[in-house]
Design a protein around this ligand. Structure first.
Ligand code: ADP
Ligand code: TRP
Length: 317
């Protein structure tokens, strides 16, 4: 089984990305043939500063490697190092109905958030389909918000097969039901667009945790743990027993939000301090990082080669 996922380097990765996407990918590392790529072409739909794009691409690679991606088990590469992706995107574009893209939520969302209506943003799902189909992926771990893009991918694969012969497998999205929407410091979904994130290696993590918005109940008052985001976040880091303890402390009263925030900070550090050490070591050796990405790209291109060959022949080139 081939498992593939990608992430855009469009800002620093945060807890929502870790628990919503990265972790489920790491959990699958022993379950198949794994590919993970940094979608730097996709990021260009929203990032227009070259230096920033280059740095974010490197940061995402460092974050994945530090937090658990093992390059012996998972091929990690930059999207732009595999030109076959762009080539396939064009072939798919030629059979993509406009209406299919017009229905995509992500495009409409971006418009609602004031982004310029570019062709790149509009065609984003076609490029994503190309990422997936060029690697012949069976399973694509993504967040809930990407479900529609997987439907578009299947749709395009089917259209291509109908027109040119059976070349593509229809990939399945892997959206673990256990992964909830991770709340941000303001209680809304954690997202860089809402400026409510805590980054994976955030130097101001403590300040952000202490600043998590709560209601104004006093320490003495009993509280419903399910309605505050401190508890929602603590659940991600803590053991079942610790979670049960915090829940009953909240319900009993005499347990304040400040105390809960301190416990959340400690639980975060317990998980992330070792990752930070690994990240610092990787960061000190940029050549080694480049070697990992180059080796990944070579393997990805090897996997793409037979597919693009068949596709070129099928379309008449
Ligand atoms: P952002 O919302 O900060 O722009 P992205 O859209 O780039 O994040 O998300 C990349 C991946 O991380 C996606 O698979 C997405 O579903 C997952 N993800 C991001 N934020 C959250 C969240 N708050 N809860 C769960 N998963 C998330
Ligand atoms: N659109 C995805 C996101 O924002 C990133 C992505 C691009 C992707 N291409 C992909 C994910 C292919 C999985 C497979 O999260």
């Amino acid at each position: 089984m081939r498992i593939l996922t990608g992430i855009q380097p469009s800002g620093k990765l945060h807890w929502g990305n870790y628990f919503g996407a990265m972790k489920s990918m790491f959990d699958l590392q022993d379950k198949g043939e794994n590919f993970m790529f940094i979608a730097n072409y996709h990021a260009m739909t929203t990032v227009s500063d070259g230096k920033q794009l280059r740095e974010s691409t490197r940061d995402v690679a460092l974050d994945y490697l530090a937090c658990g991606l093992d390059p012996e088990k998972t091929v990690i590469y930059r999207q732009s190092d595999v030109p076959e992706v762009q080539e396939l995107a064009w072939y798919l574009s030629c059979l993509t109905p406009m209406g299919l893209l017009e229905r995509c939520h992500s495009y409409k969302d971006k418009m609602a958030h004031g982004f310029e209506a570019t062709h790149g943003l509009f065609a984003y799902p076609v490029l994503m389909a190309a990422d997936i189909l060029i690697m012949n992926a069976d399973l694509v771990p993504v967040g809930k918000d990407q479900k529609q893009h997987l439907e578009v991918t299947r749709d395009l694969a089917q259209k291509f097969n109908n027109r040119f012969g059976e070349i593509f497998k229809l990939p399945d999205a892997y959206i673990p039901e256990t992964v909830a929407t991770i709340p941000g410091t303001d209680g809304q979904k954690m997202s860089k667009s809402y400026h409510n994130t805590i980054e994976l290696f955030d130097p101001s993590a403590k300040k952000k945790i202490m600043g998590i918005v709560t209601d104004s109940k006093t320490v003495e008052e009993p509280k419903d743990p399910e309605t505050n985001s401190i508890f929602g976040l603590y659940k991600l880091f803590a053991t079942e027993e610790e979670v049960a303890q915090m829940a009953s402390a909240f319900r009993a009263g005499g347990y304040g939000y400040g105390q809960a925030k301190k416990e959340l900070l400690a639980a975060y550090r317990r998980l992330f301090d070792p990752f930070k050490e690994r990240r610092d070591a990787l960061q000190r050796d940029p050549d080694a990082l480049e070697d990992i990405l180059k080796a990944g790209a070579a393997k990805a291109r090897q996997a793409a080669a037979p597919i693009i060959e068949k596709v070129r022949k099928a379309v008449g080139l």
